[in-house]
Design a protein around this ligand. Structure first.
Ligand SMILES: Nc1ncnc2c1ncn2[C@@H]1O[C@H](COP(=O)(O)O)[C@@H](O)[C@H]1OP(=O)(O)O
Ligand SMILES: [Mg+2]
Ligand SMILES: [Mg+2]
Ligand SMILES: [Mg+2]
Length: 316
């Protein structure tokens, strides 16, 4: 039996169920968002997805901690009774018999923020803006042991025709789930930056598009950059659809959240690629909920990594 076999099974199953909930919501006629205190959107599906995944982890591994993006505070308020009811109803479609008290408690199982020897990190919907605009989004789950990402499960429900599920275990490879079984995935062999495909966020507030254009020019990249929401970008590089993912800081002081990167990081790394910050430093997942020792993220097929970092240094 391979290491973390049970964790992989639970994680894969959890993100797959959560993806079903998200697609159910997206296929409905109303998935309006609530604005959080930082003005970013959160929907019925973000809450429902977090409930599904946290429940699965709680049941299988009752002692594990979970650092997840959302919490149930807004849902508990009297003036959000309608939203709360819709979240419970969506959870019940996937888990018949779930009640309101349970649903809110499952969501709040994800409120840990500190580092721990064994802690999961969850983005119930990564790319909520993509979810809302009909673009890419992901359900991203990682297991950190002593600050290292050991297990990852990444559901990209809007990728390909029927969605795509990726998973990885440190030291054991990265895989895409298919009806015929799990298929190992690998990054491209591209070593010439002029032939590379670059991807980045749709949101210019999340990653500096002007600077990436300048870097693409330095690298003599001929193709226009592919803009995509969420950790689907990590999946794209991991399976060879793209060669480079740039996330260039737009403002000083923004600390990247671990749930925005842990799963994608392991999937690319295990597919043969490399992930660092914009200075080429390894991402440090050991510091709690943010990557406070890093700035931005650069993910590549590995072969292009040093060239890309040099181009970023030259552009800044
Ligand atoms: N200033 C920022 N720089 C980088 N990422 C950000 C910034 N503000 C929000 N994000 C995060 O970027 C993620 C989406 O990435 P992408 O644009 O690649 O799809 C979201 O999880 C979002 O976090 P949040 O959920 O708190 O809004
Ligand atoms: Mg996110
Ligand atoms: Mg999110
Ligand atoms: Mg969010």
């Amino acid at each position: 039996m391979s290491a973390y076999q049970r964790e992989v099974e639970i994680a894969q199953h959890a993100v797959t169920s959560a993806a079903v909930l998200c697609q159910n919501v997206r296929q409905g006629d109303d998935f309006a968002a609530l604005a959080k205190s930082d003005n970013s959107p959160v929907t019925v599906a973000d809450f429902g997805s977090q409930a599904i995944v946290c429940r699965a982890i709680r049941q299988a591994f009752p002692d594990d901690l979970i650092i997840a993006e959302e919490n149930a505070d807004a849902l508990r308020s009297d003036d959000q009774a309608e939203l709360r009811g819709r979240v419970v109803a969506e959870v019940q479609r996937v888990l018949p018999g779930a009640d309101e008290t349970q649903t809110l408690a499952w969501i709040d199982a994800g409120v840990s923020r500190d580092a721990a020897p064994r802690v999961w990190t969850l983005d119930p919907i990564d790319g909520t803006k993509g979810f809302l605009r009909g673009g890419q989004y992901a359900v991203a789950l990682g297991l950190l042991i002593n600050g290292q990402v050991e297990v990852a499960a990444l559901a990209c429900p809007a990728l390909d025709d029927d969605g795509a599920i990726f998973w990885a275990v440190r030291g054991a490879g990265a895989f895409q789930h298919t009806p015929e079984g799990d298929k190992a995935i690998a990054v491209t062999p591209t070593a010439n930056s002029a032939e590379a495909a670059l991807c980045e966020s749709v949101e210019s507030g999340h990653s500096d598009h002007d600077q990436s254009a300048q870097i693409a020019k330095t690298l003599e990249i001929a193709r226009p950059s592919v803009r995509m929401d969420s950790q689907a970008k990590y999946a794209a590089v991991a399976r060879g659809d793209a060669d480079i993912y740039l996330r260039l800081p737009t403002r000083a002081g923004y600390e990247e959240k671990i749930w925005d990167h842990a799963a994608g990081y392991l999937v690319i790394t295990e597919a043969g690629g490399k992930v660092t910050d914009i200075e080429g430093k390894p991402l440090d997942f050991s510091l709690g909920s943010t990557l406070k020792n890093n700035r931005g993220v650069v993910a590549t097929n590995g072969k292009l990594h040093d060239t890309v970092i040099a181009a970023i240094v030259a552009a800044s």
